[in-house]
Design a protein around this ligand. Structure first.
Ligand code: NIG
Ligand code: FE
Length: 408
């Protein structure tokens, strides 16, 4: 059985209730794709023919997890970036038929092969920084065929690269033009046709909705959730990004895995996330790109011990960002999160946001061996530096994905 023994490592285990769970002078044994042993270097197990990696004091972390992305889409929205710089708001552009709908047009026009090719550089950017799990949403197809096309591309990315892809159905992302003025009819279509079809193809790990004045109402979101749950699927939601419609509380009360964005979530509503073990997914990339000023309720989230995850929200409109390291920096600089909260946000709490915390997200015996070796010796370096990628080597499920920087 192939074994890899890491020695002389600074290990951020992320196995405790807060902080890094840091072990200095640590050792770690990987066997059969899992973490088999973890402890102090002087106690390392006797192994006869294991591959031995001397980390020379460098940092090991769990593989990074991007728990909210729209990585598969057609075209770009650089022109809207320019319009916003000239004063137009994100909501105004959407109301004029741009925004999400312009990406829907480009995505509908693209073949599966074209969408795959366009997603590749974005995926490569995540891979280069040690991401071992990425969630990818549909939501730019807005009819059965095109939503399924997007999810197939997401699945193909996961089968052609050493990365786990979680696929989320986001049919209720925007109202397609052919349903103008008939949003209830569209939601009905999502529930009775689009979601069941995508699910029947095995393409749906979770169901998301966008609850906002420019998207769907609370009642419409609740209806999609009921349909998802009738199929046994977990739910999550884009809520309180531009205004407070009460979406986060509604989703949490229905047991949502996560509520995402939540800048406009009232501090008094945070308790309901804690009561329902719903993760708060914060997306500083969208906050930054849209030049938002309303901060998420960090103090209340901490007080109620709500797990906070961070994600790229990689999408062509509000967050053309494919660097989780940059997202960690933004979370610290813009949201005043600590570097430890930032690392928890892209590891253990991101795993929770995907319902995968028993399998991945921390370095603990029995968990999948998704491990990154970094060319730094302290974990705050990951949030602190901008523009340097210190990722030295990546192991996914016990197999090397890249080992260029193993020795230095
Ligand atoms: O997470 N909020 C809605 N959806 C995306 C933006 C999608 C887009 O602008 O294309 C988001 O920010
Ligand atoms: Fe999003």
């Amino acid at each position: 059985m192939p074994q890899t023994l890491f020695i002389n490592a600074t290990i951020a285990c992320l196995d405790s209730e807060s902080g890094y769970g840091l072990r200095e002078h640590g050792a770690l044994l990987v066997e059969a794709g899992k973490i088999a042993w973890l402890g102090a270097m002087q106690d390392q197990p006797a192994v006869s023919d294991a591959e031995v990696i001397d980390c020379a004091g460098r940092l090991l972390t769990p593989g990074l997890i991007d728990c909210h992305s729209h990585l598969v889409y057609g075209g770009d929205r650089a022109d809207e970036f320019e319009m916003r710089l000239e004063g137009a708001s994100y909501a105004e552009i959407a109301q004029r038929g741009g925004g999400i709908i312009s990406t829907v047009n480009a995505t509908r026009a693209a073949s599966e092969a074209e969408l795959f090719a366009q997603a590749l550089p974005r995926l490569n950017s995540l891979l280069a920084e040690g991401v071992t799990t990425v969630e990818i949403k549909s939501g730019y197809g807005l009819d059965s065929g095109n939503e399924i096309k997007m999810l197939r591309v997401a699945r193909q990315l996961g089968s052609e690269f050493q990365i786990r892809v979680q696929k989320t159905f986001l049919g209720a992302h925007a109202l397609p033009p052919e349903y103008a003025g008939r949003s209830d009819d569209y939601i009905e279509r999502v529930c009775v046709e689009m979601l069941p079809r995508a699910h029947a193809e095995g393409l749906v790990d979770a169901v998301d909705v966008f609850i906002e004045s420019i998207a769907f109402s609370l009642e419409q979101g609740a209806k999609v959730f009921a349909c998802a749950q009738a199929l046994g699927l977990p739910i999550k939601a884009h809520v309180e990004q531009l205004s407070d419609l009460g979406g986060a509380v509604m989703a949490a009360q229905r047991g949502a895995l996560s509520v995402d964005h939540i800048e406009y979530l009232a501090a008094t509503d945070v308790a309901s996330l804690a009561q329902n073990e719903t993760v708060a997914v914060l997306l500083p990339g969208a906050f930054y790109v849209l030049r938002e000023t309303q901060l998420p309720p960090l103090t209340a989230l901490r007080e109620h011990k709500v797990p906070m995850a961070l994600a790229s929200d990689a999408n062509p409109g509000s967050s053309p960002v494919t660097s989780l390291l940059l997202i960690m920096n933004m979370a610290c600089t813009l949201f005043r999160m600590t570097p430890a909260e930032a690392l928890r946000g892209v590891t253990i709490n991101a795993a929770r946001a995907l319902g995968l915390a028993t399998e991945i997200g921390s370095i603990e015996v029995g968990k999948q061996a998704d491990i990154v070796l970094w060319n730094v010796t302290k974990p705050s370096m990951l949030s602190y530096q901008i523009g340097i990628n210190p990722c030295a080597a990546v192991m996914q499920a016990g197999n090397w994905r890249s080992q260029a920087g193993l020795s230095r």
